[in-house]
Write a protein that binds this ligand. Structure first.
Ligand SMILES: Cc1cc2nc3c(=O)[nH]c(=O)nc-3n(C[C@H](O)[C@H](O)[C@H](O)COP(=O)(O)OP(=O)(O)OC[C@H]3O[C@@H](n4cnc5c(N)ncnc54)[C@H](O)[C@@H]3O)c2cc1C
Length: 306
């Protein structure tokens, strides 16, 4: 019988440092242990990786929280000539994997992202116009009530910060098969790391809160705000950060939850922000952007409520 910790404070497992008590708690490092636990337990549970994309409620969670994360990258590389097939467990931190793959190119965008492979696959994490789904061949999952199976890339429904996994909590990601070309990634990794250091605010956060906006924009709005029009025509989307900044919201705060002065799509927890402060701030931002630009922002982050 597995022994769980009891009454564990989840803020310690979030990069946002927000989150209440979970009645039961366990940290798992490899997929064999994860399969065993999930097959044995008979209570509600939820999975966290690096906790870097999830706003966790401050309310008491009457279930089991499983943190599936390791900083000991466990992966297999099969050399196929000009490319390699890499099989990596979902618990591995993305940045650790990138730092270990010195002869393969395709994951350089991920340097500095503080999550796990599982969390990245779930939300199809990406940056600099690339995302993890681009290099996935297949994903091994444990489907609750059905067992272990392999999902081919075409069935993963990867899209902009979305996937089949994000919409189906019964699919637990165990491992991933990636296809990466041979090449030296070091210069690109260094450049991307520098860009991140320049553009990303320091402090407790979940990265970008909202997705960029790819939908239609009202013609009158574009006429009224030429800066939006220029951005939209050049890139084909409007940056959520730009919309928030144009609403004059940089630096605005509710409790200890503050919109970053450096990057308006980041909310920072100054010290003791509550999940309710963040939710209020998110709703306030959405309302302001909707009223001014007739644009409905959508959250990129995931929310663990009760
Ligand atoms: C400073 C900073 C910068 C960031 N920059 C970026 C960026 O450039 N691009 C980007 O896309 N994101 C970025 N993020 C957000 C985040 O780091 C990524 O989305 C990351 O991939 C999330 O991984 P995680 O393990 O932390 O996920 P978590 O927050 O732990 O989990 C996210 C979701 O995935 C689910 N999940 C986790 N593991 C599994 C699993 N094994 N099986 C099934 N479901 C699972 C969880 O239940 C939850 O619903 C940034 C965050 C921070 C704090």
């Amino acid at each position: 019988m597995v022994k769980f910790k009891e009454n564990v404070l989840l803020r310690d497992y979030s990069t946002f440092k927000i989150g209440g008590i979970s009645k039961y708690f366990i940290e798992i490092k490899n997929k064999e242990d994860l399969k065993k636990i999930i097959n044995e337990i008979d209570m509600p549970f939820r999975i966290l990786g690096g906790g870097s994309n999830t706003l966790i409620s401050d309310d008491y969670y009457n279930g089991l929280t499983i943190v599936f994360k390791t900083d000991k990258p466990k992966f297999l590389i099969e050399d196929k000539g000009c490319f390699g097939e890499i099989i990596v467990e979902a618990s591995v931190l993305l940045s650790f994997l990138v730092s270990k793959l010195k002869e393969f190119t395709g994951l350089e965008w991920a340097i500095g992202i503080p999550g796990t492979i599982g969390g990245a696959i779930n939300g199809n994490a990406g940056a600099f116009n690339e995302s993890i789904g681009d290099c996935v061949t297949s994903v091994e999952v444990l489907e609750i009530g059905k067992g272990v199976r392999e999902i081919e890339k075409k069935d993963c429904k990867f899209g902009y910060r979305t996937s089949i996994f994000k919409n189906n909590p019964n699919l637990i990601i165990l491992s991933v098969k990636l296809k990466l070309n041979k090449g030296n990634p070091s210069k690109k990794i260094k450049d991307n790391f520098e860009k991140r250091k320049l553009n990303h605010p320091k402090g407790f956060s979940l990265g970008c809160i909202f997705k960029n906006y790819y939908g239609e924009v009202d013609k009158n709005i574009l006429k009224k705000y030429p800066q939006l029009k220029d951005f939209y025509s050049e890139k084909g989307y409007i940056s959520a950060g730009m919309l928030i900044e144009e609403c004059g919201l940089k630096g605005f705060s509710i409790g200890d939850a503050k919109i970053s002065l450096e990057h308006a799509n980041f909310i920072l927890n100054l010290e003791n922000a509550k999940s309710k402060n963040v939710l209020k701030l998110i709703n306030f931002i959405k309302k302001e952007v909707q009223e001014k630009f007739l644009i409905k922002l959508e959250e990129e982050i995931q929310i663990f409520c009760i």
